[in-house]
Design a protein around this ligand. Structure first.
Ligand code: MN
Length: 200
């Protein structure tokens, strides 16, 4: 059985950048829905009891698993890379890796914002690390993510941004670029740095 993880902060912690009502609906309704639908999709099948990573890697041919295992994985990462009193700039080896891959932080931010802003319809933008430590930015459709084989967006995601309208519509309506910009004010770089160190 998969379970909805608690947020590591209160629903209103990311205000004014991301409003409490959006966070509450997004976590308690949307993410919870992916968890429930995933449990229902694997129940009574040979997939029951398999890990999320196993489902993401080997069972993408089942649409209900692809959508809901992806949704569960993606949101579980998304909540943790944001925090109260966050934002600012990365430090240490992650800052060095960003400089190596993109030139400087602004160039990285532009690349990430472009990936998020140009994803047509619903999907995600990702910062990924390859074995060896090289960073890259990409985006995926729907609830796909870079751990899935064949999505054309490789390696391990260490930060993700949800660009489905449900993630920003109440506060930003159609203004996805403003929401993407606001995300940079709530990124918890300490968490992203740990994800980098754990997966490089
Ligand atoms: Mn979402």
């Amino acid at each position: 059985m998969f379970t909805l993880p608690n947020l590591p902060y209160a629903y209103n912690s990311l205000e004014p950048h991301i409003d409490a009502r959006t966070m509450e609906i997004h976590h308690s309704k949307h993410h919870n829905g992916y968890v429930n639908n995933l449990n229902n999709a694997v129940k009574g099948t040979e997939m029951e009891g398999k890990s999320l990573e196993d489902l993401l890697t080997h069972h993408m041919d089942v649409p209900a698993v692809r959508n809901n295992a992806g949704g569960h994985f993606n949101h579980s990462l998304f909540w943790t890379v944001m925090g109260a009193n966050a934002g600012g700039l990365p430090e240490g080896e992650l800052a060095d890796a960003i400089q190596s891959a993109f030139g400087d932080f602004d160039a990285f931010k532009n690349a990430f914002a472009k990936a998020a802003g140009t994803r047509f319809g619903s999907g995600w933008a990702w910062l990924c690390v390859a074995k060896g430590g090289a960073l890259s930015v990409c985006s995926t459709a729907n609830q796909d993510n870079p751990t899935m084989p064949g999505v054309g967006c490789g390696n391990q995601p260490i930060m993700g941004l949800d660009v489905w309208e449900h993630a920003y519509y109440l506060k930003y309506q159609n203004r996805r670029p403003d929401y993407i910009n606001a995300f940079f004010d709530v990124i918890d770089w300490a968490v992203v740095s740990k994800n980098y160190a754990d997966n490089k």
